[in-house]
Design a protein around this ligand. Structure first.
Ligand code: SF4
Ligand code: MG
Length: 295
């Protein structure tokens, strides 16, 4: 152990260094934002799944959560607003050995990218989507998002929000997702377990993570610090794996029902492509160049 204090400081390493692009530090996230914990849980979950890190890719859209793509030490893509899912779909179809994660915010995935999300779930594209829901557009200035609770304040709802929000797990389940879960940023172990399950599972997997936005959501709604918000989310959380995702919308003060609500198997988009092509080839007797159905 060196005697010199400065030398000791130099030798200190952050436990996540192995998984982060340290040349990008310090990160841009505000103090007490939930995104740092979520990133830690994500990397833990991928590690627990015991997959080759060289075969894991992360795709993000725009926003505070979108910065994840810049910080993880994995192949990653920071795409345009709302277009992370089509990008991830192309990536997976072009290289089916990859495990592809989309990590993005509620505004990016359910407003601008909403149509992409429901159709990827409908097709059961084999990708994993993690939506960090902080109930507002964070980076762009605190505007109303499709998740902003009724009566909550935002920069575009100075008298309180008049719009009914989306129930994200309900939308993903209704569109056909194979795996649907919800946790808060404080459920670190559960989050990592869900990431591990999603890594191993075939088909469209969806995970909503409730996360505090200290800077805009808390400030507009007099929620205190990010830590105060997070404590409130923890106190309101109830774990019920048997809950019907359609019946657990979120509001300003009610229960936050968490759990793994759906974990089922159905043919993926690519499996349907293969079986459909095989049927067609047999029917038409066309030349089919690879009997192992890999083309
Ligand atoms: Fe996090 Fe909100 Fe700050 Fe964005 S604006 S980094 S979501 S606390
Ligand atoms: Mg958001």
């Amino acid at each position: 152990m060196p005697d010199d204090k400065s030398q000791q400081t130099e030798n200190l390493h952050h436990p996540m260094e192995e998984y982060l692009r340290m040349d990008r530090m310090p990160h841009i996230w505000c103090s007490s934002c939930g995104l740092g914990s979520i990133l830690t849980a994500f990397m833990k979950g991928v590690k627990q799944a015991d997959v080759d890190f060289n075969k894991v890719a992360v795709v993000s859209g725009i926003g505070c959560t979108g910065r994840v793509a810049g910080y993880v030490k994995l192949d990653s893509y920071h795409t345009t607003h709302g277009r992370a899912i089509p990008f991830a779909t192309g990536l997976k179809l072009a290289n089916r050995d990859l495990t592809v994660f989309v990590i993005s915010g509620d505004g990016d995935l359910f407003a601008i990218g909403g149509n992409h999300l429901i159709h990827a779930a409908r097709r059961n594209v084999d990708i994993n989507v993690i939506c960090v829901n902080n109930f507002i557009y964070g980076m762009t200035g605190g505007q109303n998002a499709p998740t902003t609770p009724l009566e909550a304040y935002s920069s575009t709802a100075p008298y309180g929000n008049y719009e009914q929000p989306f129930n994200l797990v309900g939308v993903a389940a209704a569109a056909g997702a194979s795996y649907v879960a919800r946790w808060s940023a404080l459920h670190m172990r559960r989050l990592a377990e869900s990431v591990e399950e999603m890594t191993k599972k075939k088909g469209f997997c969806f995970l909503e993570v409730i996360s505090p936005c200290a800077t805009v959501f808390a400030r507009k709604n007099k929620g205190g610090t990010g830590l105060d918000l997070l404590k409130g989310y923890k106190d309101r959380s109830v774990i019920n794996h048997n809950a019907n995702p359609q019946e657990i919308p979120l509001d300003m003060n009610g229960e936050i029902v968490c759990g793994v609500f759906i974990n089922k198997d159905r043919p993926t988009f690519w499996e349907n492509v293969l079986s459909g092509t095989e049927r067609k080839v047999k029917k038409t007797n066309l030349y089919y160049h690879d009997s192992k159905t890999k083309f």
